[in-house]
Design a protein around this ligand. Structure first.
Ligand code: ZN
Length: 446
């Protein structure tokens, strides 16, 4: 199992290095919630992963929102009286407020001032600002440069377009052997920022690439789309599919120095949450499990009460709690391949565990069945049962439809792989059967 290799670290160095190399390629691209930067990013992901690309026209209603007009930008600058560019989009794409309407004007420093954004407490960083839903324009610059601006006049140019077009997103679907689906969503809308969220994009892409080499039980749908409007658009187009969704994760912020952090789904105690807590505890790595709050990334759309999907979030930092967040300092230097690899291992372990987890029903529940006469008991009578026999007894004991294999691994303190192997052996011997998806869902209710 490639994912289990990844989860155990055997392949994680190679996968993490490939992920980091992909970040280097995609970092310079000016992405947004729509436009050619996102398409170029999806082109690059598509070089190593078969993607289904989707374009949803501007104006398409999605619940209380609609797909906006498409934004593209070619150039932008502020030039001083001598013609030299004092702020230049071509030097860093964070210099333009993302989604700025086009501008071509000459203005004084005072007229320009309301359109400038800087961070007095981080004077050498360019802030990241957006104006998706309000037609305005602006520039972001280092505060240390802003304080040196003279009275002008300045030539101000934003060569952008905001026009009917489409929102671009992509899916990679890895088909499963059983009914039931799981989701992985990552946001693709941030321009030259590394941790938020090229890390989520490259980790999701590596996981999808490796999972494609396996035969999972569930169908896994990896979605690469813009934040908020992308997950809303996906949900609006896939409502018919949601009854089959057993759970999922949003991925982001996976390369910084914070401990691994899992944010629970809205209800908490769902199978997604239990598997994540179990995987993190068993990993022995420093981690945090935090409660749901209706703020953050796309988990808040999947968890909105009208859908209430068991979708949690795996990250390291949480949005806003690292000093480089949403500034030009969120660059490749704050992300390491090692930490990407660690995050990828945990995400891989979550996927492998979630995929193998299920509830069973004991078909021979009155007393213990005789394992020996079915060839299931390896040990000589009288000896203490070994791990595999012990795992079978645990599975038989808790296969009541209300407990799943993760519950049983937790209670027994046995490796999850032993519990899965025991369940398979018992199923083949006709001693247990799958409880079915509906029972798994009932088991999720708090
Ligand atoms: Zn962000």
């Amino acid at each position: 199992m490639l994912l289990q290799d990844l989860a155990s670290g055997a392949r994680s160095i190679e996968a993490a290095q490939a992920a980091f190399a992909a970040m280097e390629v995609m970092y310079p691209i000016c992405r947004s919630i729509t436009g050619d930067g996102v398409r170029r990013t999806l082109d690059i992901i598509g070089e190593t992963l078969p993607l289904q690309r989707l374009e949803v026209p501007s104006g398409t209603p999605v619940f209380d929102w609609e797909v906006p007009r498409e934004w593209n930008i070619r150039d932008a600058y502020i030039a001083g009286p001598d013609g030299a560019r004092v702020v230049d989009f071509k030097a860093h794409n964070l210099h333009v407020v993302n989604y700025s309407v086009p501008v071509r004007a000459r203005m004084s420093r005072d007229e320009l001032e309301p359109h400038l954004h800087s961070l007095p407490d981080r004077p050498d960083s360019i802030p990241y600002r957006t104006t998706y839903w309000r037609e305005q324009w602006g520039f972001c610059l280092r505060h240390s440069d802003r304080v040196n601006l003279g009275p002008g006049p300045y030539d101000v140019v934003i060569d952008s377009s905001l026009a009917p077009g489409s929102l671009s997103y992509a899916e990679c679907v890895v088909p499963g052997s059983d009914a039931g689906e799981a989701l992985v969503y990552t946001h693709t809308c941030h321009p030259s920022l590394a941790n938020d969220n090229l890390t989520g994009i490259v980790v999701a892409a590596q996981l999808a690439r490796l999972l494609r080499e396996e035969r999972p039980r569930l169908t896994w749908r990896f979605i690469f789309g813009p934040g908020t409007i992308g997950s809303l658009t996906w949900l609006a187009r896939n409502e018919h599919r949601l009854a089959g969704v057993r759970g999922g994760l949003t991925l982001g912020l996976l390369g910084d120095t914070s401990p691994l952090t899992y944010k629970c789904s809205r209800l908490g105690q769902t199978v997604t949450d239990r598997v994540a807590t179990f995987v993190l505890e068993r990993s022995g790595r420093p981690h945090r499990v935090v409660d749901f709050e209706p703020y953050g990334y796309d988990e808040r759309q999947f968890c909105s009460p009208g859908f209430d999907l068991p979708v949690g979030r795996l990250s390291r930092a949480q949005h806003g709690d690292y000093p480089q967040y949403h500034t030009s300092d969120d660059d490749l230097s704050i992300v390491s391949a090692d930490r990407l690899g660690e995050s990828m291992s945990i995400a891989a372990a979550w996927i492998a565990t979630f995929d193998a987890n299920r509830s069973l029903v004991n078909l021979c529940a009155k007393g213990e069945p005789r394992l020996g006469k079915r060839g299931l008991y390896g040990a000589v009578g009288g000896q203490a049962p070994g791990d595999s026999e012990r795992a079978m007894l645990w599975v038989l004991s808790y296969s009541d439809g209300d407990h799943d294999l993760v519950d049983i691994a937790q209670r027994s303190n046995l490796p999850f792989a032993s519990i899965v192997a025991a369940a398979q052996a018992l199923e083949q011997a006709g001693l247990v059967r799958d409880a079915g998806a509906s029972l798994i869902h009932q088991g999720d209710m708090p």
